[in-house]
Design a protein around this ligand. Structure first.
Ligand SMILES: [Zn+2]
Length: 298
């Protein structure tokens, strides 16, 4: 079942223009539309699968973000890059929170690999993961309970030094309710790290409807360095810093070329990723994926 949004999730304006129609290349092969709010420019998938119906769009072996399957070269490359990027994520949270260890909540923790690195480095960890199989894997890896959602949780009056959403915010149906909760769970001096694709990047413009980071209909929102601050402002959260996520560009480029040409080509994919990062070096807001370092407005 599809649901239609009648109001912009950022500014509640109700006039949108069509932006792009893209295929779901990984699972359903269905087509979905992205619209652009005429008032604030925010881009979102509309109509979109209702929350109760979204699970079937994740059911594919080729949707590997949430699984540890080692099948296929692409999956192997992905796993390698993921290992390197896990280390860099730990460095980011330590640097941005100015803590060597503290309390962390990873929202959308998947199979728990990032939390595992945090745990090994003496962080007190909590995770949330709606997808059952991933959640159970995380629980056995971390030997701790992982919550299914943010509304029924075991946090009581807990507040976190660091909250992370690694390529997760774009998947959340209850965006308003979730951001309200996350704001409450952040300690006054805490930091939120939000990594999302940037649909204003040179990369997105190059690949258009083939750009893998649109990932319809799993990605419900398509943020830019211009629109994310507008959304966060509503929850009294400000963006302090923008950091490039260069590892992500390689994977996204590889997939984009595959969608466009029907073939997987590692050499071209590597070149595309490299080119994407070179463009972005001229302007960090041009990166294909951006990590936003955010904090509460004092
Ligand atoms: Zn709007």
């Amino acid at each position: 079942m599809l649901e239609i949004l009648s109001k912009c999730p950022v500014c509640t304006h109700n006039y949108f223009s069509p932006f792009l129609v893209c295929e779901d290349y990984t699972v359903s092969k269905e087509k979905f539309q992205i619209v652009s709010c005429k008032n604030c420019g925010f881009k979102f998938t509309n109509p979109r699968p209702a929350s109760a119906d979204i699970a079937r769009y994740y059911h594919s072996d080729s949707y590997i973000s949430h699984s540890n399957t080692k099948k296929g070269i692409l999956a192997q490359v992905y796993q390698k890059v993921r290992k390197i990027s896990l280390q860099s994520k730990l460095k980011h949270i330590q640097k941005e929170s100015q803590l060597q260890k503290g309390k962390i909540l990873d929202y959308g923790c998947g199979t728990g690999d990032f939390l595992k690195i945090c745990q090994d480095n003496d962080w007190e960890i909590n995770g949330i993961e709606p997808e059952k199989i991933a959640r159970e894997q995380a629980e056995s890896l971390l030997n701790t309970k992982i919550d299914e959602n943010i509304f029924e949780n075991q946090f009581e009056n807990k507040q976190f030094d660091v909250i992370t959403l690694w390529h997760v915010l774009e998947h959340i149906h209850l965006l308003d309710e979730t951001l309200t909760m996350l704001q409450k769970l952040l300690s006054p001096n805490g930091v939120i790290l939000i990594a999302v694709p940037n649909c204003a990047s040179a990369d997105a413009q190059k690949w258009k409807e083939y750009w893998a980071a649109y990932d319809l209909p799993r990605h419900l929102y398509h943020f830019t360095p211009q629109t994310l601050p507008l959304l966060l402002e509503k929850y009294h959260i400000k963006i302090d810093k923008y950091i490039a996520m260069p590892y992500d560009s390689y994977y996204i480029s590889l997939l984009s070329r595959k969608y466009k040409t029907g073939k997987l080509n590692f050499l071209n994919g590597f070149f595309d990723g490299f080119q994407s990062n070179q463009w972005a070096k001229k302007n960090s807001l041009n990166f294909s994926s951006v990590l936003y370092i955010c904090s509460k407005k004092q």
